[in-house]
Ligand binder design. Structure first.
Ligand code: NAD
Length: 297
C-alpha cells in the first residue's frame, strides 16, 4: 500500500525552519516581514482562508495586515488600496483573495499589484518569469506540490508527469514547475480524450480539477506518485445527519492500493499552500529590504 505523504507534518517542520529565518530577518531589519491580505465581500470559504493565513503568519512571526472590504466595494477603491499597499515600505507581500465579486475585474486588480510584492505569483510578470523557466515568485499551491515531490526524494528528471487541470492558479504553473524539474509534462483538461490512458502512462499524476473520484485507482500505474490538489465537499455517507466531508479528485481508497506514494485530502497539499505563501512573503521581504539596503548604503 502507498506511502501517505503527510503534508501537515512537512508544513509544520517547514514552519519551524521559517520561524528561525524570520527571527534572523527581524534582527537584521528591525521589523518583521509583513503580509497584507485583502478580502472583498463575505464568501465564507474565503473568510476561512484569510483567517488561516493570518494565524499562520503570526505563528512564524510574520506580521499580518488584513483589509476586509464590503461586497459593494468599487473596483476603483480596491485599486486605490492596492496602490497604497504598493507604496507602503512596511508591506512586503500582498494578495487579494479570489474570487472577487463579479463587478470587479480580477485581471485588472492582479495587474495592479507590484510584482515584487505579488506573493501569490499571479501577476503577468511573475507568470511570465515562470513560463520563461526563471521563476521569481511562483504560485503557492504548485510550489507546495513541488516541495512534497522533493520531500519524497525521488529523481524527477525524465519522469512523465500528467497534470490534470490547466487553471492559471494551479494546473498551468504546476506544469511549468515540473518542466523546470526536467519532467516530461502532459497537461490534461476538460477537453482531453481518454484521460485514463494518459494517467496509466504517468509516473506522477497531479490532479487539480475539483471533481470527486475523477481519478480512479486502476488509472494509477503501480508505484506512481499521486498528488491530489482537489478540494471537494461531499455528503458524508457515515453520517445520517446530512453532514459533509472534504475529499480530493482521486478515489483515495482505490488509488492507495496502486500508488507508490499519495497525498491525502485533507492534510496533503492544503497545508503546503499556506507554507509556501509564508515562504514567498519572506522571500519578497528579503528582496525588498536587500535592495533598500543596497540603495541606501
Ligand atoms: P478551476 O476550476 O479553475 O480549473 C479546473 C480545471 O480542471 C480546468 O482547467 C478544467 O479544464 C479541468 N477539468 C474540468 N473538468 C475536467 C475533466 N472532466 N477532466 C479533466 N479536466 C477537467 O480550478 P482550480 O482553481 O485550478 O482548482 C482545482 C481544484 O483544486 C479545486 O478543487 C480547488 O478547490 C482545488 N484547490 C486546492 C488548493 C489547495 O491548497 N489544496 C488550492 C487551489 C485550488
Amino acid at each position: 500500500s502507498a506511502q501517505i505523504i503527510d503534508g501537515k507534518r512537512i508544513a509544520s517542520e517547514r514552519a519551524n525552519v521559517l520561524r528561525k529565518r524570520v527571527t534572523k530577518f527581524v534582527a537584521v531589519n528591525g521589523a518583521p516581514p509583513a503580509l497584507a491580505v485583502v478580502l472583498v465581500g463575505s464568501d465564507p470559504a474565503s473568510a476561512i482562508y484569510v483567517r488561516r493565513k493570518g494565524e499562520q503568519c503570526q505563528a512564524v512571526g510574520i506580521e499580518s495586515i488584513q483589509h476586509r472590504l464590503p461586497h459593494d466595494t468599487t473596483e476603483a477603491s480596491l485599486l486605490y488600496l492596492i496602490a497604497q499597499l504598493n507604496r507602503d515600505a512596511g508591506v512586503h507581500g500582498m494578495l487579494v483573495q479570489l474570487p472577487l465579486p463579479a463587478h470587479i475585474g480580477a485581471d485588472k486588480v492582479l495587474a495592479a499589484i507590484d510584482p515584487d510584492k505579488d506573493v501569490d505569483g499571479f501577476h503577468v510578470t511573475n507568470a511570465g518569469q515562470l513560463a520563461l523557466g526563471k521563476p521569481r515568485l511562483a504560485p503557492c499551491t504548485p510550489l507546495g506540490c513541488m516541495l512534497l515531490l522533493r520531500e519524497l526524494g525521488t529523481e524527477l528528471r525524465g519522469k512523465h508527469a500528467v497534470v490534470i487541470g490547466r487553471s492559471t492558479i494551479v494546473g498551468r504553473p504546476m506544469a511549468q514547475l515540473l518542466l523546470i524539474a526536467d519532467c516530461t509534462v502532459t497537461i490534461a483538461h476538460r477537453h482531453t480524450t481518454d484521460l485514463a490512458a494518459l494517467c496509466r502512462a504517468a509516473d506522477i499524476v497531479v490532479s487539480a480539477v475539483g471533481i470527486p473520484a475523477l481519478v480512479r485507482g486502476d488509472w494509477i500505474r503501480p508505484g506512481a506518485i499521486v498528488i491530489d490538489v482537489g478540494i471537494n465537499r461531499v455528503p458524508d455517507p457515515r453520517s445520517g445527519t446530512g453532514a459533509t466531508r472534504i475529499v480530493g479528485d482521486v478515489a483515495f481508497e482505490e488509488a492507495v492500493g496502486h500508488a507508490g506514494a499519495i497525498t491525502p485530502v485533507p492534510g496533503g497539499v492544503g497545508p503546503m499552500t499556506i507554507s509556501c505563501l509564508l515562504e514567498n512573503t519572506l522571500q519578497a521581504a528579503e528582496l525588498i529590504e536587500g535592495r533598500l539596503a543596497g540603495t541606501l548604503g
